[in-house]
Structure formats: C-alpha cells, structure tokens
Design a protein around this ligand. Structure first.
Ligand code: GDP
Length: 302
C-alpha cells in the first residue's frame, strides 16, 4: 500500500489517460496505438522502450484477436511487467555477504537524494538485524557530512568522517578499518556528486574504489546509483555517464512519489540494463521500498 500511495501521481495521470483512451475508441486500430504511444512517452517510459512495448502489444492483440479496446488494458499491464522482467537475470536483491563485511558504494549527482537514501537504507538494514556503519565520503558538498551524521543519529548507526575538504579515499580507508575492527556487517559509503567535472568525478570514484578493493577482497559488493525520478530523461543521461565511470550494479530511484512520470523505471531497466533495486517514496526513514515490477505496474492501474 506504501507502493500504491507513492505512485498516486503517476497513477492518476497514467490510468486516467488510458481509461479515457479506451472509452473513446470503438476498435483497436493504428490510431489507438499512436495515442497509446503518446501516453507512454508522456509518462517518461522512454522512446525506445515505448516502441518495443507497442510492437509487442500489436502482436499480442493480433494473436488473441482482440477487437474491443476495453480488453486491452490487462494486456498492457502484462506487457509492462514482461518488458521489465525480460531485462536479464540480474536480481533486484541487494548483494549482501553471508559472512564478513559487505561494502556498498552509493553514487549520484548532488541533490538526487543520495544522503537520504543512505539514511533510509541503513534503517532498513538495521531492522533486518545488520550492524551498519556509514562513511561520510562526500567531503566536497557543504553540509553533506553533517547531514549524514543527522541520519546516523536518527537511525542509531556510527558515522566515520573527517573534516570537510579532506581526501575521500582517506575517509574510506578509516571507515574500512573501523568497520573491520567493530565487526560491522554493512558499510554504506557516501560519495561526492560533481557531475559538472566529469574527469575529477571519475578519478575520485576510481581512487575510492581502489582503496575498497585493496582493503576488502571482492568489495565493493554493490555500487548503487541514485537517480531522481522527477528529472525524467535527464536521469537516463546521468546513468549513462556514471556507467562509464564505475560498474553500477543497481539503481535507487528516489522521489517517485513526487512525479507523475513514474514510467522512467521501465526506461531505466530497458535502456541501461541495470536493475532498479529500490525506490524512494518519501522523505522519511521507512520510505524506501524494494522494487517489485508487478506491484509497480499494478500500482499504476489499480
Ligand atoms: P543528495 O544531495 O543527493 O545527498 O540529496 P539529499 O539526500 O540531500 O536529498 C535532496 C532532497 O530530496 C531532500 O530534501 C530530501 O528530503 C529529498 N528526498 C530524497 N529522497 C526523496 C524521496 O524519495 N521522496 C521525496 N519526496 N523526497 C526525497
């Protein structure tokens, strides 16, 4: 039901338009599909993905001999779930180690909700019985360290930090030592998000990653990229840039509650082939949900 609430804006637009479309047409024809394409594009599903969905729908409609627009609604939801799940085998589940330290690097542009996501995720992991620690690796943005500390206090987890402006790789080294000596299960690492300076960003991420790889064999176990759902197609462009810099293993799509264009989830999955592992549905501690394609698509319609 959290999922449903968070999708309220997308749902009211999207299903409203689909219902309207279905009620205006007497038969499923080329024009009907063109209007459907338009609705999907407006929901930020993304051009390539829309074309793929509509092609598949046309085939399905022919195969099942569907004539009445009212009968197509369930086929649309089926296809939306299918297109998401056909991505590949990569799981939506967080890759947590059964034993020893799991290191999760969290990357993303300033303002997308990185710090909030780390706070919410630490709460979720703590609730699952994990010992969690945070590394304040964004030493660049003013206030980033304090903001992470506020979350640390709120959730009740340790935060390892240095002064603003210090070397993020050094913070990471400290955090890794502390995590190992305090028997931490999951270390969540914040990073800076200056996309304006792509070369520096890449160098910094590379350096931080090298420290992690050296200190914990097999780590980082996850590189989560946080994207702001309200930025629509821009989020896709950011994702492509980060993919060039670092091996992104999962997406957290924040602020899905703040947009009517929740279709961006499908575009991300289909065009980037990276699983969406979590969605942010609000600003509070428990407003982070594991992503579930079926719940999501049915949340759009029901
Ligand atoms: P950062 O610069 O990437 O670390 O971004 P912040 O974590 O500071 O988040 C920026 C703003 O977005 C803050 O006001 C957050 O409360 C807000 N925010 C983050 N995630 C969500 C979400 O899922 N839903 C909503 N509505 N707001 C969010």
């Amino acid at each position: 039901s959290k999922f449903k609430d968070g999708l309220a804006k997308t749902r009211s637009q999207f299903s409203g338009k689909i219902n309207d479309l279905v009620s205006r047409y007497r038969k499923v024809d080329e024009e009907f599909f063109e209007e459907l394409e338009e609705i999907l594009i407006q929901a930020d599903v993304g051009f390539e993905t829309v074309m793929e969905i509509v092609e598949q729908l046309k085939t399905e409609v022919k195969k099942r001999n569907i004539k009445d627009p009212a009968d197509i609604q369930s086929v649309i939801s089926e296809k939306l779930v299918e297109i998401y799940e056909s991505g590949d085998e990569k799981s939506n589940q967080l890759n947590l180690q059964d034993e020893g330290l799991t290191v999760i690097l969290v990357v993303g542009v300033n303002g997308v909700g990185k710090t909030t996501t780390i706070g919410k995720l630490s709460h979720k992991l703590k609730q699952d019985g994990k010992k969690v620690m945070l590394a304040a690796g964004d030493t660049f943005r003013a206030g980033a360290i304090e903001q992470l500390e506020v979350w640390g206090e709120r959730v009740g987890v340790d935060v390892i930090k240095q002064a603003e402006g210090s070397d993020p790789a050094a913070v990471m080294y400290d955090a890794l030592q502390a995590a190992k000596s305090r028997n931490v299960d999951v270390l969540l690492c914040d990073t800076a998000g200056r996309l304006q300076n792509k070369v520096n960003l890449m160098k910094e991420l590379e350096k931080v990653k090298r420290v992690i790889e050296r200190e914990v064999p097999g780590a980082p176990h996850e590189v989560l990229l946080v994207l702001d759902a309200t930025t629509g197609q821009n989020a896709l462009i950011q994702a492509k840039t980060f993919k060039e810099a670092v091996r992104v293993s999962g997406i957290v799509l924040s602020k899905l509650d703040g947009t009517a264009k929740g279709g961006i989830v499908l575009a991300i999955r289909n065009e980037l082939d990276i699983p969406v592992k979590f969605v942010g549905l609000g600003e509070k501690m428990d407003d982070l949900q594991e992503f579930d394609a079926e719940k999501y698509v049915y949340g759009l319609f029901s």
